[in-house]
Design a protein around this ligand. Sequence first.
Ligand SMILES: [Zn+2]
Length: 285
Amino acid sequence: MEKQVILSVHAHPDDEASKGAALIARYSDAGVHAVLVTATGGEAGDILNPAMDTPEVRADLARVRGDELAESVKIIGYDRVEMLGYRDSGMPDSEANQDPGSFARADLDEAAARLARIILEERPQVMLTYPEIQRRYPHPDHLRVHEVSMRARELAADAGFAAEEGEKPHVVAKVYYHVWTPERMRALHAKFLELGKESPYSPEWLEGAEADYEATTKIDIRGYHSRRSAALRAHATQIDPESRNWFGLSDTEAEDAYPTEDLFLAMAPDGYRPEGIETDLFAGL
Ligand SMILES: [Zn+2]
C-alpha cells in the first residue's frame, strides 16, 4: 500500500495544538506519516499566561515559541516540521501588520511555492488547512493560510512547476478545513453545567453561534484528548494553564461531551461522494 501522509498547514506555533492535535495523534499512532508546516514564528503573539510574562521571555519570544513548538509536535506525533519563515502579521491594523516580512503581506506565489516544494517531497494524500470564511477569528495569518494552501496545491499539481523542482507533479487528493461547530460548543457548555462548573461560553454567545461550514467529517478522538491538552500546555507563553476554555473540563469529560474533531471536506477526488458523515480522512482513496 502507498504510504499514507497527512500535511497540516498552520499559521502560528500553538495552532497545531488547538486545531486537529488529537486526530493527528490518532493517525500518527496508526502509522500515518504526519507533516506540519507552520507559516510564521508567532513573534507578534501576546503572552497570555501571566506566569510566563517576564522581560526575559518577552525579549526572546520567537526562540521561546520555537522551543514550545518542538515540544508540542513531539507530544502530538508529527514526523516532520517545517517553518515557512514568515513573520507573524499580528491582528488587523496592528504594527506587525505593516511589516513587509509578515505572512499577510508575503507574495502569494512565493509563499505557495515554498509550501508546494514540501508537497512534492512528501506527496500527501490529505491536507488539513483553514477555511476561506473565518468569521469567528479573522486573523490575517489564518486567512493567508487558506490562500497559500490552495495555491500551493495548484502549483504542486502543475507539471511545469514540478519539472523546475525536478519532481513529478502531485495532486493532493483531499483537502479539509478545521471547523468548530456550534453543536460542539453547545455540547461542551452542557457538560460544564451538568458537572456544576462555570462554563466559559455565555448563553447569548452560544445563541448567536453559527456554523461557517457544516461538519462533513468527524474523527473519533477518544483516548487522544490528553495529547491535545499536553500539546497546548507545551505552549506555556500562549496558553494559560488556568484557562477554563482549554482545561475547564478534564480530558475524559471533554471526550465524553464531544468525542470527535470535526472537519469540512473542501476538495475530494472526482466522483467521490461520502455517504453521510465521513469518519476517516483516507476514505475513498
Ligand atoms: Zn494562530
